[in-house]
Design a protein around this ligand. Structure first.
Ligand SMILES: Nc1ncnc2c1ncn2[C@@H]1O[C@H](COP(=O)(O)OP(=O)(O)O)[C@@H](O)[C@H]1O
Ligand SMILES: [Mg+2]
Length: 283
């Protein structure tokens, strides 16, 4: 049976599978044999720091295989929410249920400079054939030939792809992405977005992508949610067939609505609210 934590629990209680080991750090929890899960369910999540509320009574659902983008002003609590969902924050109030296997990619690659690329990819993993598994994951992000490289010799885009490979090797049912492309140049970011879309279509994890880039959200997500005033304030279903052309009328309309929701004047392309890092204008 899964280990049920009062605040952060795996759902559903998955049957223990004899031939698939539990994820590291999750003793007693094992994925359903067919890899199914119930997605993400957050209820009444509150989190504050030093007496100041950042998130208050927040609810969020992500269906299995659904791609959700989370946008909001800088400092609104996007990373706080993502950390809580990922179990990386020990102290949130509320109920959070996530699948068994969760992997996170951050804005910085967080690779250890003294370990070769392939070792970084499998760091913390148990089981055998680690190098083979690393090379396979690196192959998925187009970097199998850099398995023996040192992280310091990679470009920014390559390092982020390695970070993505490190997430993939864990075969996540939930992939958490915290502005993973924000530091990349425009062309590299576009390629990384296409890679994430391809990998998502292939492996179908649930995804929570934090981004400040409205177009990125509309290119990738099934649904975009806005964080404002300590809870989710608006949501937009991105009902545009993929691949999504930037000039699709619905894309243009949703871009406009999202920017407005973020306090950005869609026509002027300039922020009308203070402390906003939303939209292409500032990305
Ligand atoms: N560990 C922490 N200790 C104190 N304050 C924090 C901590 N983490 C986040 N905060 C504060 O919570 C607010 C939301 O932060 P964050 O979730 O990083 O925002 P976002 O990702 O939307 O930019 C900010 O005011 C930030 O300073
Ligand atoms: Mg953040």
């Amino acid at each position: 049976m899964p280990r049920l934590l009062s605040k952060h629990a795996a759902v559903p209680p998955p049957p223990v599978s004899a031939d698939r080991p539990s994820a590291p750090g999750a003793p007693g929890r094992a994925p359903a044999p067919d890899g199914t899960h119930n997605g993400v369910r957050v209820r009444g999540l509150s989190r504050g720091f030093d007496g100041r509320a950042v998130l208050e009574n927040l609810d969020l659902d992500i269906a299995p295989g659904e791609f959700v983008a989370l946008l909001g002003p800088s400092g609104s609590g996007k990373s706080t929410l993502l950390r809580a969902v990922g179990g990386l924050d020990g102290d949130p109030d509320g109920r959070i249920a996530v699948p068994e296997r969760v992997a996170t990619v951050f804005q910085e690659h967080r690779l250890l400079p003294w370990e070769r690329v392939w070792k970084n990819v499998t760091l913390g993993l148990g089981g055998g054939l680690l190098r083979e598994r690393a090379v396979a994951a690196l192959g998925e992000v187009g970097l199998a030939d850099r398995a023996d490289a040192w992280p310091g010799t990679l470009s920014g885009g390559e390092a982020q792809r390695v970070a993505l490979g490190r997430a993939l090797v864990r075969t996540p049912q939930l992939l958490l992405l915290d502005e993973p492309f924000a530091a990349l140049d425009a062309l590299t970011r576009l390629k990384a977005q296409q890679l994430v879309e391809r990998l998502w279509e292939q492996h179908r994890p649930s995804v929570l992508l934090v981004t400040h880039d409205v177009e990125e959200a509309l290119l990738l997500a099934d649904r975009a949610v806005l964080l404002g005033d300590r809870t989710l304030s608006q949501e937009f279903v991105v009902d545009i067939p993929r691949p999504r052309p930037l000039d699709h009328p619905r894309f243009v309309e949703l871009r406009r609505q999202l920017l407005l929701g973020l306090g950005v004047d869609p026509d002027a392309g300039t922020a009308t609210a203070q402390n906003t890092d939303s939209g292409k204008a500032s990305s």
